[in-house]
Every structure is written in C-alpha cells, then in structure tokens.
Write a protein that binds this ligand. Structure first.
Ligand code: GLA
Length: 737
C-alpha cells in the first residue's frame, strides 16, 4: 500500500514511507514529536532511519530534550516548519496568537491513514474514484502550549507518481487566532544542486519556460493580482542538474488555486533548499475563531525519474482523469468558430449567420458568440453586468440565433464575463457597493471595468440566478467564461475591518462556489475559461472548466512557445487553440495556413477569423484540416504527449524548429508535428527521432503509405526535407500495422 508506518527500534524514531510506483517520500517522527523530512526520491522498500536526524553543532537554539548540543531546527530538514523557535529560515506557517506572539512549536499528536482522498471543503482538488488508488496520511500536529492543531495531509497515488499535499488548521483554544501565513506544502531538500524551472510571461506571451541554478537566498515566483496571473504560473519544477526532457530526476509542484500564490525556494547556509508553496501571505490573513478550522488548498507534487517529459505525462493523466469533472471530461471537444477576431463588436445576426455558413463548410461544429451580444455593449467601455441580449444587434434574441446555428448543424456557445461590472451599467447603478473598492478612495479601472465582490454571498447568489436565466434562455451548449482585469483595492463592504485581508481568498472561494453551482445545474454545457487569454490557467480552474483559452496571441509562432510551456503541466485537452487570420492581429506576422492549423491542432481546435473573406479554395483547404483534426482528435485530447524538440532548449536546432508527438494510449496511432520557427533560404533537413511508439511494431505513414519499424523511427529518425518555404510545418499520421 502507498502509506507505510514503522517504528525504528534504537532511537525511538518512527517513520512514514509514502510509496508511489517510482518514488518514496519519507517522514520521520523523532521521539520528542518533531516531524522531520527524510527525503523524496527513487522508490525504496526499506528505510533504515538513516539521515532522520542531522547533527550540527550550532551552539544556539538547540532541541534540549533530545540532544543539547548537536540538534538544531535551523539545520534539520522539516515537514512543516514554524516561526519563532530555532529555525530561522522562512517557515511554512505563521499564526498571530492571543498572547501577542507568533511562536509555534508543532509536534506529532496522532495520525490516520485514510483509504481514499478526502475532499477539501469548498476547494477544487484532485479526487479518487476507485478504492485502493489513493491512500491519504493525515498527520496531526499540536502546538506544545495551545490547543492549536495542524493536520498535514499527504495523498499518495498507487499507480501514479503523485503525492498531493494540503493542510488544515484547527483552533481549539477558547479565543480567536489569526493566520498570517499558511503554506500548503513545504519540503526541505538535503542539497541545493538543482535547477528551478518556472513559467513566466505576460498577456500575449504566457508561460515561457525559464530555468536557473539555485543560489543561496530566496528565489521565488508569486501573484499578487487576485488571480493566478499571466505573469507567473503557479508551477515550479526542481530538476537535478543532469535532468533533461527524457532523463534525470524532476520534482514538479502545481498549486490547485486560482488566486494570489507564492512559490519559493530558500537555500540556506548548509546548502539545503527549502521549497514552499501556498496562498501568498501578501495582504492575507484569516481570523480563525475559537472552534473554527481553515483548509489551505492542495499542492500536486509529481516525481519523475525520467525527466520533464514523464513529469508532464503524469500531470496530464492526473488532470484529465482525476481533476477535470463532468460530462465533457472525456468527450471529444467540438471544433469551434469564435467570432471575436472575425467581427470584434461589430456584428448583427446576418453577419453571424454568414460567418456560420462559411464555418459549416469548413467543418466547424460549434459557433461561439463572443463579447458584445448584451446590454449597451458596443465597445469594451460599458455594460458588463447587464446580461440581457442586445436586440439591436441580435434581432430575435438568443433563441433565434441559436436556431439559425442549429439549421446549419452547429452547436451554440456564448461569451460571458460574470465577475465584472462596468461603471456604466444598470447593475452598477443598482448596486454600487457590489464592486471591490475602498470607500473614499479613487477607484482604479482596468479595461474600464471593476471586479464584482464575489466574497459576498448576495453577489454570487445574484450571479447564479442571472446566469442561470441566460444559460436556460436558449439551447446553449458552450460557455466561454472570461475574466479581464486584476484585483486592486482589495476591500469588501460585506466584511468587518479586521477581515479585510481575507478578501482576496474569499473572492476565490466565492468564485469556486458559484462555478460549483452553475456547472452542477448545467452539466451539458462545456465551460471554457479565459482571462484575457491565459491569465488564469491553473488546476483550480480546470476542476470546474475542462478547457481554457490559452492566450489572446493567436500567432502560430508565438503559440508554439506558449503551448509548449502550457503542456509542461496541463494536458492538450485543456488547451484551447484557434487558427486566426494573417497578418496576425497581435504580432502582424504572416504565417502559412498549414502552420497555423498544425499548431492549433496541438490542443482543442478551432478558428477565429472572418471566413466569409476566404476564397472557396481556402475553405476547402480548411475543411481538410478540420477533417484531419477529427481523425486525430482523440489521440491529441486523450493520448500521450512527447516533446521531440522543445522551444526552450537553447541549442541551434531549437531556435529553428519545434517538434512534438501525440501518441494514442494503446500506441496504435501517432501524430508527429514539426514546425519551423525561423525562416531559412534553404532550410536544412530535419531528422526527427520519434518517441513513445510500440518498439516491436511497424508503423505506416498514412499519407505516403510507407511502412517503417518503430525502432527505425525512434533510433534512426524520420527524414523531413524542404519544409521551408511553403508550409513551414508538416504533420504525419502513423498507424501501427
Ligand atoms: C478577452 C478575451 C478575448 C475576447 C475578449 C472580448 O480579451 O481573452 O478572447 O473574448 O476578451 O472582449
């Protein structure tokens, strides 16, 4: 079983061994109750207790009850370090206690081994379905002075190299305490010989991959924007120095949360690296009344002994199978046409129908009506909050336009941005106190809009009723849920003064409860999340909405890098990708249609351009791409992804092209995509060594009819020549024969 508990006879230490197929995570409980971390690496069956205690004579701040001279919390690897005792490194938890201090001394109290993964109340999280697939260790610690309990949860997966961690704080004293900081996971690595990988960027260039060597001091990423953000994804990996795409130890950490977060690595004077991840302590505190408890969100920790590629595939399987939910979790996602880049705000029902005519001929399955269909929304300066159809633009309202789409055999999807309100709107007039703002201070607008105060129940209730009305008003089968500004002036008129630092977290909890109610009420709707593109691309969102608009940048070359970063963690099925017009609206670049199509086929596929302006030949060509995608859709959406050449690797080769493969789970089909990212007059040939095929089989290239052995393709490679100029990219579909 994944969780093993044993006692070491000689020195009274007990330990827990959390085993996944390829890893072991070891926790030692010293005889004085201090819970120490003893390592996380390749799987072992037996543990001697070695290295449970690090002896270092520091002369100060010892653990007198164990060894007055040689034991120091400051150098001991810990499971969950506290503030105020002898660990001077940044701790995992900080509580403001009634006696005015912040000092906490947590010791082992009890433990429980649970035969499933318990749910986290009000929070998104991975879940277990079958008995035996997860075992959860609930390790309860207690402060030595007060009745404050901190339970560390570790869910170890029997068939996946995953351990999920989260934390619950219980205040059993008879007074209130204040949580100032609570990290969901904290791990002390014995050494610091690692590279830190992060995904950073901005609007239009999300999730670029950066790597750096660890150095003494702090290296960190965070969001203070009220959402997980374009700028730093809540993901960090630590790589052994020799780790690469297909080999070496990698530890991946992803925070299942959509608000302010912090992930940091602190390297100390003993050259140990402390990793921690959780809600950002910035502008956060939580009043924990007597008898109350607080649960901090989950961190998913993935171990890979075989490099980044295996880490990605572990995340993908977990998220597809045990994070996403609902009817659309495993269903093939429809090919969409979205009218945003085709019309922006300038449309009426005739224009939309003309676009739908062209889209239907191009093999599209779903028409998504973007921004501008409601209230006085003729531009992006007004009307957010007024979710009533604008009949000047859409005569006959939603039922009419939906029936027109149906006539053409298309499903219908609708854009909403429910978390926002425009100052120029009926909603704002009726409830000026419902937005996040500080009374008496100038309000900061972004895109001329304000955030609604989702920390207030009456606001989420109102949104639930209003949106339910819209979603039920016609046969709507797809919702694009947008979120286009960050939080400033975090203040809620619904909370007391001393609770104002709870606003950002309460906002996220309010959002989650609203999404829970709406997705339960409309299970047939496919929800797609968006936040000015990929500004809230995190696992918290995926729990409610199984796909996310990856970026507002639809340029094929930009997308190759954005999507490669995204799929480091998130499965292709979660990544919404559209073919758009050239010159591209965000970069002005012209790329061939084939390259745009093959790039978009790396995820859930669609179009976002004015197809009425295309020639018949172009529509026929696009229809061929749609048909091809329908053939490979299940391979991309539910198969395994192998990166052949990654855009972030700094080698000559990589600056010129990127290549990846999607392989069906049974290995009977594989799609290979290669794309030049740099134009050459005479493009050199490419020899691509494939991965992930069934080594004992032969594969047929379904276009050329040629048959190759898998070994030839994997060890000697596939030769591709003359890709540029012209299509700039190639896609090959292989079938096992
Ligand atoms: C955001 C989204 C876009 C589009 C516009 C509409 O920018 O990311 O895809 O929906 O809003 O205003």
């Amino acid at each position: 079983m994944p969780v093993v508990f044993e006692k070491c006879a000689e020195d009274g230490t007990s330990f827990f061994l959390l085993n996944t197929p390829n890893s072991s995570y070891i926790i030692s409980v010293l005889k004085n109750g201090i819970v120490s971390h003893s390592g996380w690496s390749r799987r072992i069956e037996k543990w001697s207790g070695n290295s449970a205690i690090w002896k270092t004579d520091r002369g100060v701040n010892l653990l007198p009850d164990l060894d007055p001279r040689n034991l120091s919390l400051d150098t001991m690897p810990q499971e969950y370090s506290t503030a105020g005792k002898s660990d001077f490194r940044p701790g995992a938890i900080e509580l403001a206690l009634n006696d005015g201090t912040h000092t906490l001394d947590l010791r082992y109290f009890s433990h429980d081994i649970i035969e499933e993964k318990p749910q986290l109340e009000g929070l998104p999280a991975t879940y277990s379905v079958n008995s035996g697939e997860v075992e959860t260790l609930a390790l309860k610690l207690k402060d030595t002075k007060y009745d404050i309990f901190v339970t560390l949860f570790y869910a170890a997966w029997a068939e996946r190299d995953v351990i999920c961690r989260w934390v619950k704080i219980e205040n059993k004293t008879d007074g209130k305490i204040k949580i100032e900081k609570v990290m969901s996971a904290c791990i002390d690595f014995a050494g610091s010989d690692y590279k830190m990988l992060q995904m950073s960027g901005s609007w239009g260039r999300e999730r670029k991959v950066y790597m750096r060597d660890l150095v003494p001091g702090t290296q960190s990423i965070e969001s203070r924007r009220g959402s997980s953000s374009h700028h730093q994804n809540p993901f960090v990996a630590l790589l052994a120095k020799d780790a690469s795409e297909d080999s070496g130890e990698v530890f991946g950490f992803n925070f299942v949360y959509s608000g302010n977060f912090e992930a940091r690595i602190d390297v100390d004077y003993m050259e140990s690296a402390r990793f921690s991840m959780g809600i950002n302590p910035y502008n956060f505190s939580w009043n924990l009344e007597a008898g109350a408890s607080f649960t901090a969100p989950e961190v998913v920790m993935v171990y890979s002994k075989d490099g980044l590629g295996a880490m990605s595939r572990t995340f993908h399987d977990l998220y597809r199978e045990r994070l996403c939910r609902g009817q659309w979790k495993d269903k093939p996602r429809p090919i969409v046409i979205n009218n945003w880049e085709a019309t922006y705000f300038d449309f009426d029902e005739k224009k939309l129908c003309a676009l739908a005519d062209a889209a239907k001929d191009a093999g599209v399955e779903m028409f998504v009506l973007d921004d501008g269909w409601f209230g006085n929304r003729f531009d992006d300066r007004r009307a957010l909050g007024d979710w009533v159809v604008n009949t000047q633009k859409l005569k006959g309202g939603l039922p009419y336009i939906v029936s027109e789409m149906k006539k053409r055999g298309l499903g219908f999807g609708l854009w909403v941005e429910p978390e926002m309100v425009s100052p120029e709107s009926e909603l704002y007039k009726a409830h000026p106190d419902w937005c996040i703002h500080i009374p008496g201070r100038e309000m900061y607008l972004a895109r001329t809009q304000l955030m609604l105060d989702l920390s207030r129940k009456e606001v989420t209730d109102y949104l639930f009723e209003t949106l339910s009305g819209v979603f039920a008003s016609a046969d709507i089968s797809y919702i694009k849920w947008d979120f286009n500004r960050y939080m400033t002036d975090a203040y809620s008129e619904g909370l007391e003064t001393e609770q104002q630092q709870e606003v950002a977290h309460r906002y996220v909890l309010g959002l989650y409860s609203l999404l829970e109610r709406l997705t339960a009420k409309f299970p047939h709707i496919l929800f797609e999340s968006c936040a000015s593109g990929g500004g809230r691309f995190d696992p918290g969102i995926l729990y409610y909405m199984p796909q996310i608009w990856t970026s507002d940048n639809t340029d094929a070359l930009s997308r190759i890098s954005i999507q490669a970063g995204t799929t480091l963690v998130y499965p292709p099925s979660a990544m919404s990708c559209h073919v758009s017009a050239v010159p591209n609206h965000q970069t002005g670049r012209i790329t061939p249609l084939a390259q745009r199509a093959f790039t978009a086929m790396a995820g859930t596929y669609g179009y976002e351009l004015d197809m009425t302006k295309l020639s018949k030949e172009e529509i026929v060509q696009i229809a061929e791409y749609s048909n091809f995608y329908k053939k490979i859709r299940s391979i991309v959406q539910s198969g395994d992804l192998y990166r052949l050449v990654s855009p972030w690797e700094k080698s000559d080769k990589v600056e010129k092209y990127a290549a990846w493969m999607n392989v069906s789970k049974d290995k009977s089909f594989a799609v290979v995509t290669v794309s030049w990212v740099y134009a050459e007059a005479l493009a050199p040939k490419i020899v691509l060594k494939l991965k992930g095929l069934d080594g004992n089989a032969d594969y047929k290239d379904l276009k050329s009819g040629k048959i190759y052995s898998a070994k030839e393709l994997m060890y000697y490679g596939l030769l591709l020549a003359n890709l540029w100029p012209g299509n700039a990219s190639e896609q090959i579909l292989l079938e096992r024969v």
